[in-house]
Write a protein of this length. Structure first.
Length: 275
């Protein structure tokens, strides 16, 4: 996959792109990430990328010309081709007004050949960029940041770890929070291969994880995990995921794939409170 980031602060990405899975994905040749300095697409002495808003008001707005020129220089496929799905490319404008980034959106981006992430700044970006240059606007959450750079780094990381081979162990991304995967549904039907694969999150939050020592400052690891009994471990993990989701993100229960066993457990916690 190719990922292009357009920003007025290219150095911002020195850290985020050089660690962990994002770095590994690049080293393994799974991803090629390029950062483009928007100011290189200006034509005045001051390398101006912003201007005052029409209609008055506070702040400055990112001008459209450098952004259009920058994307034209990259050889990105025409917008009509992208929107029609004839090429697997997407141009994303980071915006607080965008559709919220979710694991599902990250998965949609991860199957593309190329993503371009356009970082806004100041009061935002001339709306012609959203209307005629970008394919979609994405927000990383309901709060306002000063620029799109953190959002672009978040998208890159969320997408890179979904590229086949990037994690090393594909099972770990299947089981994570929010992830709905066909294999976890198979696992419910008992086509499973051990405790781990039977408790994929299926749209819920992940279950809690523990490692050595078994006892730390008098706090013991839950007994079920020490039992060696796959079925007991599966059940415990699933119930913990259900309880945590119910407590922290009850909205996710609406869309989650729940078994009869899950529903009974949820009725129990709704009645008795936290178990
Ligand atoms: N005036 C805009 C509004 O109220 O929606 C906020 C502009 S913000 C100060 C400047 C830039 O930061 C935006 O153009 C966008 O690129 C980025 N940004 C801010 N919040 C964001 C969010 N939640 N998700 C993604 N990008 C965000």
């Amino acid at each position: 996959m190719k990922a292009d980031i357009v920003t007025i602060f290219p150095d911002f990405f020195r850290g985020p792109l050089e660690y962990g899975i994002t770095r590994r994905a690049q080293e393994m040749g799974l991803a090629e990430i390029k950062v483009h300095d928007l100011r290189e697409f200006t034509h005045d002495r001051h390398r101006t990328v912003d201007d005052r808003p029409f209609g008055g008001g506070e702040g400055m707005v990112l001008k459209p010309e450098p952004l259009f020129e920058c994307l034209e220089s990259m050889g990105v496929a025409p917008r009509e081709e992208r929107l029609a799905g004839r090429v697997k490319q997407s141009v994303v404008l980071l915006s607080a007004q965008g559709q919220r980034l979710t694991q599902k959106v990250a998965a949609e981006l991860a199957v593309l050949d190329r993503i371009v992430l356009v970082c806004g700044r100041y009061e935002g970006v001339d709306e012609r960029v959203a209307d005629f240059l970008a394919d979609r606007e994405l927000s990383i959450g309901d709060y306002v940041l000063s620029g799109g750079e953190l959002g672009a780094a978040v998208i890159v990381e969320a997408v890179m770890r979904l590229l086949p081979g990037a994690l090393g162990n594909e099972a770990s991304s299947r089981q994570e929070s929010f992830t709905v995967d066909a294999r976890t549904i198979d696992a419910r039907l008992k086509i499973s291969d051990g405790a781990d694969s039977t408790c994929g999150s299926n749209g819920l939050l992940d279950y809690p994880h523990y490692t050595r020592p078994a006892e730390f400052r008098g706090i013991a690891v839950p007994e079920a995990l020490m039992s060696g009994n796959h079925e007991e471990i599966r059940k415990w993990r699933r119930q913990q995921a259900l309880e945590k989701t119910w407590r922290n993100r009850p909205d996710l229960l609406e869309g989650a794939a729940l078994s009869e066993e899950d529903r009974k457990f949820l009725i129990g916690i709704r009645r008795d409170g936290t178990r």
